[in-house]
Design a protein around this ligand. Structure first.
Ligand code: ZN
Length: 255
């Protein structure tokens, strides 16, 4: 059982990867095109603002076998190191106060509804959620959350948790122009990275192990990262491998 997911950010964030590839939604379309070839389903978590500011591009994505989930409205708005430090210190999470989180999730949900979509699943940008987030998501009728990372099976607590149980591409691979100073300061560690091929070997072993133990593999592979890495060459290999297994969208999961 494969639950492949990707995070797709609004085009104007001007992060390190966007400077190289341009629109993340365009790379998401290439990603979905490859998935189509290998008959794989997936879930893409997108910023609410993209549904309002880039609706035509989002519509293109919906031609594929994909579920769109929420990924905060716009990556916490204008965030800087000081603010993220303050939020973590005061609220124990980069996502800030209950008030801010509620406003942000509601705004994202509304963007989905105005677009004609129901926001059933969610991943907080930079996994910046805490218990407040899960309670709010429950209150706002978002049923599936994929924010936890580690060797954890899906479980239900307020919402259905779908932990990412395979090492994440962006946090693991050393690639191209990656420099510590270009990294999002709160997203991940920039040290101890490995070659993309080594990461793929680990992914394969973990998926095979999970299949043997009947544990769903919940995978996060970013379209932007795959494009920056080698213009989807490795991703095509990954899809070829994953196509041996049944794949589902996040909200198709049942305990
Ligand atoms: Zn993100």
């Amino acid at each position: 059982m494969i639950y492949l997911t990707g995070d797709v950010h609004f085009s104007n964030l001007n992060n390190h990867e966007q400077k190289i590839i341009g629109s993340e939604i365009d790379s998401a379309e290439k990603y979905l095109n490859i998935l189509k070839k290998y008959k794989l389903a997936c879930t893409l978590f997108v910023n609410g603002i993209s549904l309002q500011k880039e609706p035509d591009k989002i519509k293109e994505l919906l031609k594929y076998n994909v579920e769109l989930g929420g990924h905060t409205y716009d990556n916490f708005g204008k965030m800087n190191l000081l603010k993220s430090y303050f939020y973590r210190k005061k609220w124990g999470s980069i996502y800030g106060s209950n008030h801010y989180q509620k406003k942000d999730i509601t705004k994202t949900k509304k963007a989905f509804e105005e677009f004609g979509l129901k926001m059933t699943s969610w991943r907080t940008h930079a996994f910046g959620s805490n218990d407040l987030t899960f309670n709010l998501l429950k209150e706002l009728d978002v049923k599936y959350v994929s924010d936890l990372v580690g060797d954890i099976k899906p479980f239900y607590k307020e919402v259905m948790h779908m932990p990412i149980n395979i090492p994440i591409d962006q946090n693991t691979i050393a690639y191209g122009m990656l420099k510590p100073e270009n990294r999002n300061p709160f997203a991940s560690c920039t040290k101890c990275r490995i070659k993309a091929e080594e990461w793929f070997d680990i992914l394969k072993k973990r998926v095979i192990e999970n299949e043997k133990n009947k544990i769903p593999s919940i995978i996060l592979i970013h379209p932007a990262t795959m494009m920056v890495l080698d213009n989807f060459k490795l991703f095509e290999e990954i899809c070829k491998f994953l196509s041996k297994y049944k794949s589902f969208k996040i909200s198709e999961f049942k305990l």
